[in-house]
Design a protein around this ligand. Structure first.
Ligand code: F6P
Length: 323
């Protein structure tokens, strides 16, 4: 292993820069040359890479987004696109590549590895959705969840002042991790998560019960699920059912930006070092994550094929906390 590349792909996540920085410093300490592949799989296909030295990653640990930029590249999901990427990898002379991203990134990487095996591939989980199997937490989740909690706190002030029900929609795609943890931390009255069918009856009944014990406002955290914007329809139905004033706030991409939290900087740093060490140990075709405080290596196919379950205990305790 002499020459490695690093890329970030899919949705950006705060803490990705901490991971890049850690990987570069570890690689340089082992006398490897490091290249930053720009704009994710787009740059991999085009062979768009820049040398990464100490100067390139200096003063980046506190920055959100990704200094390497990213993309969602549909060409990489065609065989032709992957063959172009394999040819570029060979041209760039890369022996190993660290891929920081989520499900889509690892899906593409497993196809590339199965078809052409152009270099050793090590994944690092970076996604605010936290939905990647093989790690307790993904880089970016903690920052996004804290952003949602701050928003809930702010909205609670106005909800209470106006006696309204607020529906706060958080990201997370088909997973409810962001909704569940920010809902607990923000003291939400109700949750809508993709892991469970939406029940207008249940949500209305629980909010009504809250009003009978003295509550005058309520906050419902809604995971976007497969249909971003879903909270408008839910709010309409519940508002009509309870004859109550409702408002909707969709947090959207606010949750993806901003400086990473301590947790995301530490996790990004740990996994960045571990990814380079994995390459040096001769590993390939796996993602390095952290489970129960230990590093864990999961085959790339499993990271996106297996469904990561929600924390059952958190789901079980929510109803006690929200009354
Ligand atoms: O996967 C991260 C994520 O932020 C999801 O929560 C969200 O559904 C999606 O990306 C939004 O993607 P885009 O930035 O391409 O609109």
């Amino acid at each position: 292993m002499k020459r490695i590349g690093i890329l970030t792909s899919g949705g950006d996540a705060p803490g990705m820069n901490a991971c890049i920085r850690a990987a570069v410093r570890t690689a340089l300490a082992h006398n490897l040359s490091v290249f930053g592949i720009r704009r994710g799989y787009t740059g991999l296909i085009d062979g768009d890479a820049v040398p990464l030295d100490r100067t390139a990653i200096r003063n980046t640990i506190h920055l959100g987004g990704t200094i390497l930029e990213t993309s969602r590249n549909s060409e990489f999901y065609t065989k032709d696109g992957r063959l172009k990427a394999a040819a570029s990898i060979e041209k760039m002379g890369l022996d190993g590549i660290i891929l920081i991203g989520g499900e889509g990134t690892f899906h593409g990487a497993s196809l590339l590895a199965a078809e052409t095996d152009p270099a050793a591939l090590i994944g690092v989980p970076g996604s605010i959705d936290n939905d990647i199997y093989g790690t307790d937490y993904c880089i970016g989740f903690d920052t996004a969840a804290n952003c949602a909690v701050e928003a809930i706190d702010r909205i609670r002030d106005t909800a209470r002042s106006h006696e309204r029900i607020f529906f706060i929609e958080v990201m997370g795609r088909t997973a409810g991790f962001l909704a569940l943890e920010s809902g607990i931390a923000g003291g939400a009255e109700e949750l809508v998560i993709p892991e469970e069918e939406v029940s207008i009856d249940r949500i209305s009944e629980r909010i009504r019960r809250g009003f009978t014990i003295g509550k005058k406002s309520a906050i419902v955290v809604v995971a976007e699920g497969k249909t971003p914007g879903i909270s408008f329809e839910i709010a309409r139905q519940i508002g009509e059912r309870l004859n109550f004033d409702t408002r909707v706030v969709v947090l959207g991409h606010l949750q993806r930006g901003g400086p990473p939290t301590l947790r995301d900087r530490v996790l990004g740093s740990l996994l960045g070092v571990a990814a380079v060490e994995a390459l040096l140990e001769g590993r390939s075709g796996c993602m390095v994550g952290e489970i129960g405080g230990d590093l864990a290596y999961t085959p790339l196919e499993e990271t996106w094929q297996r469904k990561k379950p929600l924390d059952e205990d958190l789901w079980r305790i929510f109803p006690f906390l929200s009354e």
